[in-house]
Design a protein. Sequence first.
Length: 338
Amino acid sequence: MSGNSKNAWTLKSKGIESAFGGNEGYPDSPQSHYIYDTTVKNHDKVGIGDLIVITGKKQIIGIATIEDIKIENNISKVRFRCPICRNQEISVRKNITPKYKCRKKHEFDEPVTQEIVVTRYSAYYGSSFKPASGLATNILKPYFVKHNLYYSIQKMQLSFFQDYFPGLTTHYAGTEKKQDIIRKKIQLPLLPYEPDNKDERGRKSRIQPTRQGQEKFRAGLFEIYGVACMLTGCTVARTLEASHINPYRGLKDHHLENGFLFRKDFHALFDSNLMGVNPETLTIHLHPTLKTTCYEEFDGQRLTINRDDFGPSKQAMMIRWEIFCSACQDQRLRIPPL
């Protein structure tokens, strides 16, 4: 086993009702520890410090960081095999006969039993466990390094934690280059955001400015406000983006008072000045050209700011509101009242 590593794994927890692997199952407690042994693929690769996703059959149970691994030697174990091909990757079928079926599609009433001696591992992670709410296991498919339905422990990409749990993990892969983003606890109060019109962006070419620090800006907003769209309430992190209130002109505009969290389509509307936020009421106003579209139901809704001790910059919102109103004026359209 490795130590102090930064790998990521899925751990399939099915307890004594385990349907795969040809064994009697394991007495797991998914919120605190996971038990496996030397017959489990990848048992020797999991290490302290690794990030894990604990899954059931159809739902993700939670995420955690492995804090300790207890090792027990010379443990007796009963293993089951297919009587036809001796394969141990078999499944139990509750409402079908014959009751058992192996990976090679052989069906049979009773498996062959074999008693073996194994080393047993108990991975503990209780103090770091975070429950997952309503996430199906099928969202993991793009993140497996090499997926195998029968493996209880499978390696996955660290980027899963950035995409779905950026506000809850302390380190994760931020890009395809596997750069770790180390997030420090944000200390409030912050110095107030003071918007200006200076363009301090670097440029890749004469016509294309760069936007550095966007992921850090997004992660900071997640930490401050939680992982949720301020308008729709959507909590799927992969769909959420950090939107600058006062348009980005340099690193100074990554100030957390200068940000909203919007679902991607609403971010696009806001950036295009097809949607404005009233700085006095925090209500949404749509460009009149959107009034007969699928977005009409959001006109007049109020943003949800999930804290009392911190919020968007009033000065930045006033600047952006004026930009939105000017966009309406340019179209000779009615300007929403302030």
